[in-house]
Design a protein around this ligand. Structure first.
Ligand SMILES: NC(=O)c1ccc[n+]([C@@H]2O[C@H](COP(=O)([O-])OP(=O)(O)OC[C@H]3O[C@@H](n4cnc5c(N)ncnc54)[C@H](O)[C@@H]3O)[C@@H](O)[C@H]2O)c1
Length: 299
């Protein structure tokens, strides 16, 4: 059974991601400051900003038992790093930057040096620079894909970008597979009935900040599973989003209306998400299971 370490597994995305990994047949160890709401999950209370704790946790026992199995604990097969501040304004900018960059650096360095061959890092679509810009700015082009040069100005997204650069350098130095997931706004199953999702649909002009795209938390878990199963791609950046735009418009017609000055670099699918996941589908073979229209109630 593949052994997967998840960091931040007690958080919003992490809890659902872990459920999906368990359903896919993996065994999971959670590293987090907080306990998991799922008592079946072993959570090691780990401060990932402390490199010693990270090295110890990544090379230690995988589960609690009495006695422990004989010999040295086997190496985990993969690590999925989700922990950190999940947006600006939870902590002062200096703290967001310190925690997010240090924890990502520590996880990547320890995993590479311990010979863990697959590392998945949570980045964010905020690196495209629009979400936390000072004021209303446009995306450089549509679709918003991984080829776009990213120049965010806010602390959270800059810290994510720093993590992406560490990933790139270490993947090359250690010949490891490090896949960066630029995650969209995470939507839990009960959020399809939320005020926010209703506004996505009914007031779409407001939602440039989320790129008129989303990430179902269960599908995020399945994206992680696809990444675990696909070896040999080295360093890669993927938009980790669902397939379709978050309103009932035709994608190109809608984008031309709300962003008339932004050019297109290719023809887009009729309802393709502006933050396109085409690369994730092509390279990792990801197939969406939770399209929003299946859950959204129109009346
Ligand atoms: N929620 C979203 O919409 C969204 C969108 C894009 C990207 N992301 C990214 O996805 C990841 C998960 O997001 P989330 O919404 O589940 O966040 P969350 O805040 O719900 O969970 C984060 C978890 O990380 C843990 N953590 C924080 N600092 C830690 C430390 N120093 N050591 C160990 N654990 C620590 C927290 O205790 C928490 O359980 C984050 O990296 C976030 O930036 C989230």
């Amino acid at each position: 059974m593949p052994r997967i370490i998840v960091t931040g597994g007690s958080g919003k995305a992490g809890q659902v991601v872990i459920n999906e990994l368990l359903q896919a047949g993996h065994s999971v160890l959670n590293l987090d400051l907080l306990p998991s709401s799922n008592p079946a999950i072993t959570t090691l209370k780990t401060d990932l900003t402390d490199a010693g704790q990270v090295f110890s946790a990544l090379s230690g026992q995988f589960a609690f038992s009495e006695p422990f199995p004989p010999g040295l604990p086997p190496k985990p097969d993969a690590i999925i790093h989700l922990a950190g501040y999940s947006r600006n304004m939870i902590a002062p900018d200096t703290e967001t930057f310190r925690v997010n960059t240090t924890s990502t650096y520590n996880v990547i360095e320890a995993a590479c040096k311990l010979g863990i061959r697959k590392i998945i890092i949570a980045s964010s679509v905020t690196v495209y620079g629009v979400t936390y810009a000072n004021g209303n700015i446009d995306y450089p082009s549509f679709p918003i894909d991984e080829e776009i040069d990213v120049n965010p100005t806010d602390t959270y997204a800059i810290a994510k970008l720093c993590g992406e650069r560490v990933a790139r350098g270490f993947a090359s130095r250690f010949n490891a597979d490090i896949y960066v997931f630029r995650i969209g706004r995470v939507v839990d199953p009960d959020e399809y009935d939320s005020e926010m999702f209703r506004s996505y649909v009914n007031e779409p002009a407001k939602w440039k900040v989320h790129g008129w795209s989303y990430t179902d938390s269960r599908d995020l878990g399945r994206m992680c599973d696809s990444a675990i199963k696909k070896d040999g791609l080295g360093f890669q950046v993927f938009n980790a989003t669902n397939d379709t735009i978050t309103n009932f418009g035709n994608t190109m017609a809608f984008l031309k209306e709300v962003c008339p000055r932004v050019p297109f670099t290719r023809e887009m699918g009729e309802v393709e998400a502006p933050l396109t996941n085409r690369k994730m589908k092509d390279l990792l073979g990801f197939v969406e299971e939770h399209p929003w229209k299946r859950y959204y109630k129109t009346s």
